[in-house]
Write a protein that binds this ligand. Structure first.
Ligand code: B16
Ligand code: MG
Length: 216
């Protein structure tokens, strides 16, 4: 029986992928690194340090660990500054409706994001009241595709994984949900999240009615 929902943030509640892209692009241009939207797609759902390593591998660059940390921090400063422009108008279509519906129907709801900036994003959106538990990039050390962030959120909700649905837009996020024994809803194309139990192209189609019909 489904009692709880665990939501990824970027790509599910709001589209911060573009802001991450702009910040990584600016850093890459400064470093004369190749970086485009195709490479940006590979960063979906993975941590900041894993992301910079993907970009460096792509460019066949090796640097001392402290330099890598400093560069990732520089990118983060650019990204965090861009979040100041985010407003409660910036939910992905359908996301606010689903969160509101879950509240009125009494489901437990958690966030399970890889981002260390999740609280700031939720505050900009005025989304805090929709969540009983916040799991973010500061809650666990092992990031997706490890299931730790979702297990953390489920434990705080006091629910076993098989009572929870994870809603994710990243391939590695669905991998993490499956590894933890969760039900999963994928948001995005078949070649990215086709391995989820249920898939929608966008959050707009992910209504509580549709989700409940599948998992009933
Ligand atoms: P930060 P999610 C992820 O969030 C993003 O999809 C990913 O692109 C980003 O690198 C990661 O958060 C870390 O973000 O640098 O803010 O800590 O999709 O798991 O909500
Ligand atoms: Mg995501």
């Amino acid at each position: 029986m489904i009692k709880g929902f665990i939501f990824d943030l970027d790509g599910v509640i709001t589209d911060t992928a573009e802001l991450h892209y702009e910040a990584w692009k600016k850093l890459s241009d400064e470093m004369s690194w190749d970086f485009d939207r195709e490479l940006n797609e590979k960063l979906r759902g993975i941590s900041r340090m894993d992301s910079i390593k993907v970009i460096m591998d792509h460019n066949k660059v090796t640097l001392e660990e402290q330099t890598v940390i400093d560069l990732a921090t520089k990118k983060n400063d650019l990204y965090v500054a861009s979040l100041d422009h985010m407003t409660p108008e910036d939910y992905l279509p359908g996301a606010k409706e689903l969160l509101t519906h879950l509240r009125t129907e009494g489901f437990s709801v958690a966030l399970g994001s890889a981002s260390k900036n999740a609280l700031k994003v939720l505050q900009q959106l005025n989304a805090m009241p929709y969540f009983d538990v916040i799991g973010d990039g500061n809650s666990v050390t092992k990031s997706k595709p490890e299931p730790d962030i979702f297990l953390y959120a489920a434990e705080k909700l006091r629910l076993p994984p098989n009572n929870c649905i994870v809603v994710e837009d990243a391939e590695k996020g669905i991998d993490a949900a499956k590894a933890g024994g969760f039900h999963s809803v994928g948001i995005g194309p078949e070649d990215r999240v086709g391995h989820a139990d249920l898939r929608f192209d966008t959050m707009k189609e992910a209504t509580l009615f549709e989700v409940k019909s599948h998992f009933a």
